[in-house]
Design a protein around this ligand. Structure first.
Ligand SMILES: Cc1cc2nc3c(=O)[nH]c(=O)nc-3n(C[C@H](O)[C@H](O)[C@H](O)COP(=O)(O)OP(=O)(O)OC[C@H]3O[C@@H](n4cnc5c(N)ncnc54)[C@H](O)[C@@H]3O)c2cc1C
Length: 378
């Protein structure tokens, strides 16, 4: 097993925090990855798989276990998938954005709106990555994974991963154990073959982000370039020359609340129903129907709020930092907590807690962090 001198997690995570773990292993092939996991699991020690480190907030104290870096790569066309589609199987360590670039060049649609999201393909289902109305749940067919409990490789359909808004059964929430402790080895996606010419843009949210009318047709390449440009302007595209990108992207999730709670907030707080407000149908079996029509059941959809709006309206400006701290809110986006130099995890956590407190005092809800926390408490 290719064990290496442990590298500080500050060098392997985009927020640039974290000490060197007790032990570190690099897996460049699927066999090495499976072998490393089985070896670690047989010893019963703590472990952590690391992809691109772009959704990980690591603490200042060393992780007392083995960090396994997933460095496998490769894209395979499996078969033709459903009508008009192409099925791709991609190794877990493959760069997500490299996959998007490959798909766009090959005229394959379904993930172009997620251009520029950092990290690996294997981590993408962990929090059901998404942007501008696209998320991996829409194209994911299955994953090949290995469970800690069984130690066997299995193919698991996407429907068994409980993919939700930035979550799945595989994600650690607030540092707690995931429902299923498993490592993704490969990911299978179905993409639509639309070619490299101009095509209508699927998805209202994507069209709105791109400022395109409903009838517009553009190439996948155009969408990719435009998305990258928008992300760059928001500091959401990794760029070592831009200190606003030394982050985990969005540090807080957009909260999902009941419609009645949302009504208690100021009218200008942006909100989106998360499911269509379809009236539930009451079915009365014919043998019990007495001629009286039951009153309609009112059904209010939960509502997603803008965490960025809540933060800014709790009085925290972009660029805000606590006295003497090297952590700051991005100057381009209120949702990104950034590390402005050699900042420690403690400094980042102090700022994150301050944001949570201010939002709670002002609006009565606690913002949940989006990244996985390792050795950090918020
Ligand atoms: C600038 C910036 C912008 C971002 N924009 C977005 C965005 O628009 N949308 C979005 O959804 N996210 C966004 N993110 C978050 C992040 O890029 C994604 O969550 C990404 O999928 C993380 O991949 P990673 O390989 O870096 O995961 P890591 O940070 O390495 O790991 C994250 C978690 O996944 C686990 N993990 C990693 N690999 C595997 C595997 N093979 N099997 C099982 N578990 C695994 C890790 O143990 C850890 O718990 C952004 C981040 C940054 C820094």
């Amino acid at each position: 097993m290719p064990e290496i001198d442990p590298i500080p997690l500050a060098q392997l995570t985009t927020l640039r925090t974290g000490a060197a773990p007790a032990r570190m292993v690099e897996a460049y092939s699927r066999d090495e990855l499976v072998g490393a996991l089985r070896e670690v699991w047989s010893g019963g020690e703590d472990w952590l798989v690391l992809g691109g480190g772009s959704n990980l907030f690591a603490g200042d104290e060393p992780f007392e276990g083995t960090v396994i870096r997933v460095l496998t790569r490769g894209i395979e066309r499996v078969d033709d998938g459903p009508a008009g589609g192409i099925r791709l199987r991609v190794e877990a360590g493959h760069g997500w954005d490299d996959l998007v670039a490959y798909a766009v060049d090959a005229g394959l649609s379904g993930i172009e709106g997620m251009s520029g999201i950092p990290g690996t393909v294997g981590a993408a289902p962990v929090q059901n990555v998404g942007a501008y109305g696209q998320e991996i749940a829409q194209t994911l067919v299955e994953v090949e994974l290995i469970d800690e409990s069984m130690g066997e490789v299995a193919t698991v359909p996407a429907s068994e991963l409980a993919l939700g808004f930035r979550t799945s059964v595989l994600k650690h929430h607030y540092g707690s154990a995931p429902q299923r402790r498993a490592v993704i080895l490969a990911v299978t996606l179905d993409l639509a073959h639309v070619g490299t010419g101009e095509v209508p843009v699927a998805g209202q949210q994507l069209r709105e982000a791109l400022r395109l009318p409903a009838a517009a047709s553009v190439t996948l390449g155009w969408i990719r370039e435009r998305v990258l440009q928008i992300r760059r302007e928001k500091g959401m595209l990794l760029d070592s020359a831009d200190p606003d990108t030394i982050s985990v992207g969005s540090f807080f999730q957009n909260p999902i609340v009941s419609a009645s709670f949302a009504r208690s907030l100021p009218a200008d707080c942006p909100r989106w129903p998360i499911e269509p407000g379809i009236e539930r149908v009451t079915v009365v079996p014919l043998d019990r129907f007495d001629g009286a029509v039951p009153p309609p059941v009112t059904h209010e959809s939960p509502v997603k709020l803008s965490a960025a709006w809540l933060i800014e309206n709790a009085g925290i400006r972009r660029g805000f930092r606590l006295p003497r701290s090297r952590a700051a809110i991005s100057t381009k986006h209120a949702l990104a907590v950034t590390n402005r130099g050699e900042g420690t995890a403690a400094e980042v956590a102090e700022l994150a807690r301050y944001v949570q407190q201010r939002v709670q005092q002002e609006f009565g809800l606690i913002l949940q962090p989006e990244p996985v926390l390792v050795g950090v408490d918020l």
